[in-house]
Design a protein around this ligand. Structure first.
Ligand code: MEV
Length: 411
C-alpha cells in the first residue's frame, strides 16, 4: 500500500509494514523482522514497528518448598542469571527455600462524590449486597475461585473512598478488577446521595505479599567471617537508604527477570515494591540476613501481584516457553519462585561484595558485550575475550588493541 493512501488513516490504524516504510523513508534504520512475527506483535500492542529482544536464560534448578523448578529469566544484564544461579546452587545445597505467597487479592479504589446528606454508616450496611451483585455479574471469576472479597469505606468531606478487595484467582487481575470497579461505580451512581463516581480503578498498593526464607550453613557461604560480613551489610541496608535502594535493586534484578520472562506486569510490581519498602515511613531493605543458631538466615517479603493466566500470557509464544520450563505451576507457586529468585540475586550480590567485590564477576561477563561489537571473526573474538579476562582490562580500547595485536601476529 502506498504511503499517501495509508496517511488518510491514523498512524495507529496503519499496517505495521506501512509504519516501517514511513520511518525507513525518513532515514530511520529498523532491524529486519519476519512479517509473520510483525503481524503477531501488532496484535499485542499499539503502533508496532518491530521488536526489542532479550536473552532468555534459565536457572536449571531452584528448590522452593521441596520442589525443583527450572526458572526462566529474561534480562540483558549478563551477571544477573549467573548471580542467581550461583546462589541457587548454595540454596539447593541447604535444602532450598521455604516460601509462602498470601494470595489475598488486589485492591481497587472507587472514589465517590457525595451530597451533604450522605450517611456513611448506613451506606456500609449495603456492602454485602454490593459484593454479591458484583459476584453475580462476574460469575466466571467466581467459578475460577476468585471474586470480590471485601469493601471498606472512609470519608473525607464530600468524598467517599471505597477500597474493594478482589481475588483474581490465577490471574494478575488488573483488567477484571477494573471492570468490576467500573460496574460497581455505575451501580453506586444510581443512589440519590451519591453525586458521581470520580474514579474507579485498580490500585497497585502492595498486596499478594510473598515471603521466601533460606537457612544456610556457615560452611556453604565460605565461613563465619563472610557470613558476619553479609549480616552486617544487610544491617546497614536497614537504615542507610543509599545501601537499601541498591540492595533492593539487586533483589529486583531477579524478580523482574522472571516477571518479564513470564509476561507479568513488572511495572506494577516495581511500583508496589517501592511503597512496601517504605511502609514504616522510612525506605529500607526488603531483605534481612542474620546469623541465627550457627546459620546464615535470609528472608525477603515482596508484593507480587502476578498471574499465570490472563493478560498476554497465552498469546505470547516467548512467554509460553517460560511456562513450559516452569511446568504446571499455580500463581501462588510462581510468586514463591519469584521471591526466592529475588533472594538468590540478593545473596549473590552480598556474597560478592563481602568477598572479592562485585566488579570482578560483573566485568568478566561484561567483556562479552565489548567483544560482541568488534568487527572480527568468531575466532578472533574468542581470543580477545580471553585476553580481556586474563588482563582484567575491560575497556573498548583494550579490546581494539588486543584485536590489532592478534592481527599483527597473524601477518
Ligand atoms: C547490580 O545490578 C546489583 C547490585 O548492585 C546489588 C547490590 O549491591 O546488592 C550488585
Amino acid at each position: 500500500m502506498k504511503l499517501e493512501e495509508s496517511s488518510k488513516k491514523k498512524f495507529y490504524q496503519w499496517l505495521p509494514e506501512e509504519r516501517r516504510a514511513f520511518l525507513t523513508e525518513k532515514g530511520i534504520k529498523l532491524s529486519e523482522i519476519e512479517s509473520e512475527t510483525l503481524e503477531r506483535l501488532d496484535k499485542l500492542s499499539e503502533n508496532v514497528i518491530g521488536q526489542v529482544r532479550l536473552p532468555l536464560g534459565v536457572l536449571p534448578k531452584l528448590i522452593v518448598n521441596g520442589k525443583d523448578y527450572q526458572v526462566p529469566m529474561a534480562v540483558e544484564e549478563p551477571s544477573v542469571v549467573a548471580a542467581a544461579n550461583h546462589a541457587a546452587k548454595i540454596f539447593n545445597q541447604n535444602g532450598g527455600a521455604v516460601a509462602d505467597s498470601r494470595r489475598n487479592g488486589i485492591y481497587g479504589q472507587i472514589v465517590l462524590e457525595v451530597t451533604d446528606n450522605f450517611d456513611l454508616t448506613k451506606f456500609t450496611t449495603e456492602f454485602p449486597q454490593l459484593i454479591s451483585l458484583a459476584n453475580k455479574k462476574f460469575v466466571s471469576l467466581v467459578k475460577h475461585g476468585g471474586g470480590v472479597r471485601k469493601i471498606e469505606a472512609s470519608q473525607k468531606e464530600n468524598l467517599v473512598f471505597l477500597r474493594v478487595l478482589v481475588d483474581p484467582a490465577e490471574a494478575m487481575g488488573a483488567n477484571k478488577t477494573n471492570a468490576i470497579l467500573e460496574f460497581l461505580g455505575n451501580e453506586l451512581e444510581k443512589q440519590p446521595d451519591i453525586e458521581q463516581t470520580l474514579y474507579a480503578i485498580l490500585s497497585n498498593y502492595p498486596t499478594q505479599l510473598t515471603s521466601a526464607k533460606v537457612s544456610l550453613s556457615i560452611d556453604s557461604v565460605g565461613g563465619l567471617k563472610v557470613a558476619k560480613k553479609i549480616a552486617l551489610l544487610s544491617k546497614i541496608g536497614q537504615t542507610d537508604i543509599y545501601r537499601a535502594v541498591t540492595n533492593n535493586k539487586g533483589i529486583m534484578n531477579g524478580i523482574d527477570s522472571v516477571l518479564v520472562a513470564t509476561g507479568n506486569d513488572y511495572r506494577g510490581v516495581e511500583a508496589a515494591t517501592a511503597v512496601w519498602a517504605n511502609k514504616n515511613g522510612a525506605y529500607t531493605s526488603l531483605s534481612k540476613w542474620k546469623i541465627e543458631e550457627d546459620r546464615l538466615v535470609g528472608t525477603v517479603t515482596v508484593p507480587l501481584a502476578i498471574g499465570v493466566v490472563g493478560g498476554s500470557i497465552k498469546a505470547r509464544r516467548d512467554v509460553q516457553q517460560s511456562f513450559s520450563l516452569l511446568g504446571n505451576i499455580s500463581a501462588k507457586q510462581l510468586a514463591e519462585v519469584i521471591a526466592t529468585t529475588g533472594l538468590a540475586n540478593n545473596f549473590s550480590a552480598l556474597l560478592a561484595i563481602s568477598t572479592k567485590g562485585i566488579q570482578a564477576g560483573h566485568m568478566k561477563l561484561q567483556a562479552r558485550n565489548l567483544v560482541a561489537t568488534l568487527k572480527a571473526s568468531e575466532g578472533e573474538k574468542a581470543i580477545v575475550l580471553k585476553k580481556l579476562q586474563e588482563s582484567k582490562k575491560y575497556t573498548q580500547e583494550a579490546a581494539f588493541e588486543f584485536l590489532s595485536e592478534i592481527r599483527k601476529d597473524q601477518k
